[in-house]
Write a protein that binds this ligand. Structure first.
Ligand code: NAP
Length: 315
């Protein structure tokens, strides 16, 4: 008998329909993937591992024998907040393809700021023909805040494109060609030196509201900010002040406190803000499904659980 692996996702979500086709195909011959609401009571009790995408916590709680859950997303702050600390282990998606996609987005939007595109777009709207001095990438310092799977790939891609790259993480790190800093003093050092700061850390108790008025006022005059991490890491009110009356010249935002960004939000109309609808690094379904299948196959063949989220740290 093939083991049954529940797929727990809200029934009304479009995500569920798409994944409900891809996952059984990727896992065929290994396990049977079954939507949560189609499980019998015995199947609920027997489940050891589940695949989850924005699950209702009550559905996960209704699988009492779960040892671990495989998330289809890289950011698991909601899952970590929703599931009890002594509940199943949480395995997030760590797909090299996502790191490539994110590093491409970081490079693209760094180039957008580096080559002054917001200013030339504003000039076009005003029918102004004016050239500005060109700055070389080697004269531009980019700070990557968060040097995990996505941040380190992004830092290296920027360095390969000639930028001077600084990095910041929680613990001490060494990365070829990147000047790495860590801890609270390290954050100030990076903010002070960088022309562009890129947020790529997870949302945890420590990082919620981390980039506020004090941190933004420590930025270089004319610096720009890219937030590709999570909205609540950045204080939105402090950001507006730093753009209007402080050192910041522009912000590229892909993530927000509330998503979709409400139509009445001041960010939409602000000259100094580029709004993106959470698109910097979506999960690539084909590669993600393959990774999930490998993780689950290894578990049923050898009992190995992939590295899980540290619930104390929150990532
Ligand atoms: P990761 O591999 O877990 O790396 C997290 C990095 O952040 C690590 O370098 C970690 O430091 C650092 N960090 C964590 N807490 C910190 C703190 N308090 N102070 C300083 N540094 C801290 O995560 P990842 O895979 O790179 O993903 C990062 C985040 O990107 C995800 O959590 C998710 O929220 C976001 N994301 C966004 C999108 C999008 O489309 N916008 C897509 C995917 C992911 P250590 O190295 O010392 O542990």
């Amino acid at each position: 008998m093939m083991p049954i692996v529940p797929f727990v996702s809200p029934p009304e979500s479009g995500e569920r329909t798409t994944w409900a086709k891809i996952l059984p195909a990727a896992l065929s011959g290994i396990v049977q993937v079954k939507p949560f609401d189609q499980l019998s009571q015995d199947e609920r009790r027997a489940a050891k591992v589940a695949i989850v995408a924005n699950p209702n916590p009550a559905d996960v709680a209704a699988l009492p024998g779960l040892v671990w859950v495989q998330s289809l997303w890289a950011g698991v702050e909601r899952l970590a907040a929703d599931l009890p600390k002594d509940g199943p282990l949480i395995v997030r998606l760590t797909d090299p393809r996502m790191a490539e996609t994110m590093s491409e987005a970081v490079l693209a939007w760094t180039l957008y700021l580096h080559r002054d595109m917001p200013r030339y777009m504003a000039q076009q709207r005003a029918r102004v023909w004016r050239e500005h001095d060109l700055t070389g990438p080697e004269e531009r310092t980019v700070g990557i805040l968060g040097l995990g799977k996505l941040g380190s790939a992004s830092a290296q891609r920027l360095a390969a494109n000639g930028f001077n790259v600084l990095g910041w993480s929680r613990s001490e790190k060494t990365l070829d060609g990147i000047q790495c800093h860590h801890g609270p003093d390290g954050l100030r050092a990076v903010l002070k030196q960088s022309d562009i700061n890129v947020l790529l850390m997870p949302l945890t108790d420590e990082t919620r509201g981390l980039i506020g008025a004090r941190e933004l006022s420590a930025c270089k005059e004319g610096a720009a900010l890219i937030n590709f991490a999570r909205g609540p890491i950045l204080d939105e009110t402090a950001l507006l002040s730093a753009l209007d009356d402080g050192p910041l010249s522009h912000a590229v935002l892909d993530v927000f406190n509330e998503e979709p960004l409400p139509a009445s939000h001041p960010f939409w109309q602000h000259e100094g803000i580029t709004v993106l609808p959470h698109v910097s690094a979506p999960t690539t379904r084909a590669t993600a499904a393959k990774l999930v299948a490998e993780n689950i196959a290894r578990y049923f063949a050898e009992g190995i659980i992939p590295p899980a989220v540290d619930r104390r740290r929150g990532y």
